[in-house]
Design a protein around this ligand. Structure first.
Ligand SMILES: [Zn+2]
Length: 193
């Protein structure tokens, strides 16, 4: 299996509290990151200004996530670009037997919606060897920035207020006479008055 682009190897960072390294990363993603209506599309790049610091418990990652999500205005269906610029901080614990035990104790019960987003019942992140997995933090940072109902402009008039302009476009795009074979049998059906 190909190595996830979100895995970052921290071998350059000495495991001594106070040590710090900074990186500028361009992550070219292969799967959409976001929600149905708005997402950073495959092939796009997520820019990551990453700082990793050694702390007693593990590696503290602080990052700025910059990307452009794209989608459609939910009112007028115009394509929109949604700039994302968000920071996150995530502590990756050294993987030890005791930290694993304490993480189970620390796991919280979650209510419906949260549980869907974060299927992992464990809230804590761990180093895997020298690797830290930035994917959950990046996904959260992006999704937090996305509107549930994205609009091209805050006062988008929508389709109906544009004097049928967009409706006209839509009906042009869809042929008046359905060519789909599944509908042809209905053509002579006495549906109309
Ligand atoms: Zn709109």
């Amino acid at each position: 299996m190909a190595r996830s682009i979100f895995l970052f190897n921290t071998h350059d960072l000495p495991h001594r509290a106070g040590e710090m390294r900074e990186y500028e990363l361009d992550l070219k993603i292969t799967e959409a990151v976001g929600v149905d209506l708005l997402s950073v599309k495959p092939g796009e790049t997520i820019e990551l200004d990453l700082r990793i610091q050694s702390v007693d418990e593990g590696v503290l990652a602080t990052a700025r996530v910059v990307a452009d999500a794209t989608g459609e205005c939910t009112r007028c269906l115009k394509p929109i670009t949604w700039p994302i610029d968000e920071n996150f901080t995530e502590l990756y614990y050294y993987e030890t037997a005791s930290s694993k035990t304490s993480s189970k104790r620390g796991a919280k019960g979650k209510s419906g919606k949260e549980a869907e987003i974060d299927l992992d019942e464990d809230d804590l992140s761990f180093l895997d060897g020298d690797d830290i997995d930035l994917e959950p933090a990046i996904r959260d940072a992006i999704i937090l920035n996305l509107a549930v109902n994205p609009l091209c402009t805050e006062d988008c008039p929508g389709l109906e207020d544009k004097k049928g302009e967009n409706w006209a476009y839509l009906s042009q795009a869809q042929p008046q006479t359905p060519t789909d074979q599944r509908w042809s049998a209905l053509k002579d059906f006495p549906l109309k008055n």
